[in-house]
Design a protein around this ligand. Sequence first.
Ligand code: DC
Length: 224
Amino acid sequence: MKIAIDGPAGAGKSTIARLLAQRLGLRYLDTGAMYRALTLAALRRGVSCADEEALLRVATSMDLEIVFDPETKGNLVRLDGQDVTALIREPEVNANVSLVSSHKKVRDFIVALQKEIARQGCIVMDGRDIGTVIMPDAQWKIFLQASVEERARRRQRELQRSGHAVDLQELAEQIRQRDHFDSTRAVSPLRKAEDAIEVDTTSLNVEQVVERVLSIIKGAGEDV
Ligand code: DC
């Protein structure tokens, strides 16, 4: 079974995909974590996030490991031997990852890795292009949506937990910009696959979204 979870920033993809994988006993890959780890590696090496060739060199030389974390049941990300799972969610990475992920050569490299992981068998993957590019053959394609305001509140809570106080309006503006950038970029833009089912998570809690997606997968759900 292959399940693709796509959607914009803050729609709840990672949380939902991780819990779904847990409930269904499947592997899980947070594909955004790979672009985030590359962004962190580039920032650490002083490489410009606008320099496609230099980014590709970073991508091909960094030692990136994404493994199952038995504690969180999610992905543990190791970059050059160091656990960077929390560091890749820091504001500096947030501010640069969209640009890094927009370069064709960078995407070609990361997409090939992700397709190879998908080829190895049953999995839940979340990202922007899973249903359209990485696993167009997925049996289930879910596109999670939520209002900009709700997504900004979620991001604010996430950042507060890691000790960052960020203004809500500022976050909403960043999300609008990121949505625009991710959905208008030339290579693999964020878009709903034609055969994806859209789920609006604005007024649902995590458990309700998981239940809704499970009911869709079990055949009891309709387009929502
Ligand atoms: O889901 P996220 O916020 O961790 O993703 C970080 C960035 O990576 C986001 O700006 C878009 C990009 N991304 C992508 O282009 N394709 C993916 N499959 C996953 C993420």
